[in-house]
Design a protein around this ligand. Structure first.
Ligand code: ZN
Length: 202
């Protein structure tokens, strides 16, 4: 049986400018590359435990250019079949808002089904937080031609997990409890995506 292969992308590198929170009153600061990698590694541990095949697209701490990340993804897609892969790109948001959102490339694709699964899991996992959505096209994902979504062959979703420049959000994603909830939410969503894929390809 073909199983869905999960491609985990942790964007940005240690030296990427801008991708960090302000320094808070107590001297703490969040760096997005560290957050993204920590969440991806937590998800990876749970997937390994469950026997679900995955790849971590950027294993190091350096910033891998988007074009290179896309070609790494597309190489795996070429070997495994693009419909048999799901790319999950994990981020922290910025721009002074609050809450959680999920993005896909523009238009109706297989990614929209997966994004809807992620959205419903996030809604359940973060009941006290604002869910940010665009329902003008009939589903909850937001759509944009981010390179990691538009230049990759397989279905791809990108999660923006709270705002690193809003202190309440940032405290949540710096905390062990917050990170555990975010990683579990992604894991549970991925499990349902795997089931969805298996039903659709049976
Ligand atoms: Zn980011």
């Amino acid at each position: 049986m073909t199983r869905l292969r999960i491609l985990l992308d942790n964007g940005h590198g240690k030296e990427t400018p801008g991708k960090r929170s302000p320094v808070w009153g107590d001297g703490t600061q969040l760096f997005e590359y560290e957050f993204n990698r920590d969440i991806v590694h937590r998800i990876a541990r749970m997937l390994a435990h469950k026997g679900i095949t995955f790849d971590i697209i950027v294993p190091g701490l350096a910033d891998t250019p988007l074009s290179q990340r896309a070609s790494l993804v597309n190489h795996i897609c070429a070997v495994n079949g693009k419909a048999n892969c799901l790319l999950v790109s994990v981020h922290a948001n910025a721009g002074g808002g609050t809450g959680w959102e999920v993005w896909t490339s523009r238009g109706q694709t297989q990614a929209d089904d997966y994004a809807e699964i992620f959205y419903r899991h996030a809604e359940r996992a973060f009941p006290e937080w604002r869910m940010r959505s665009d329902t003008t096209d009939g589903d909850h994902d937001k759509e944009a031609d981010f390179a990691i979504l538009a230049k990759t062959a397989c279905p791809a979703v990108l999660t923006e997990n709270f705002f690193m420049d809003t202190e309440k959000d940032c405290r949540f994603i710096m905390s062990e409890a917050g990170r555990d909830r975010i990683a579990r939410m992604h894991f549970d969503a991925i499990l349902e995506c795997v089931e969805h894929f298996e039903k659709a390809t049976r």
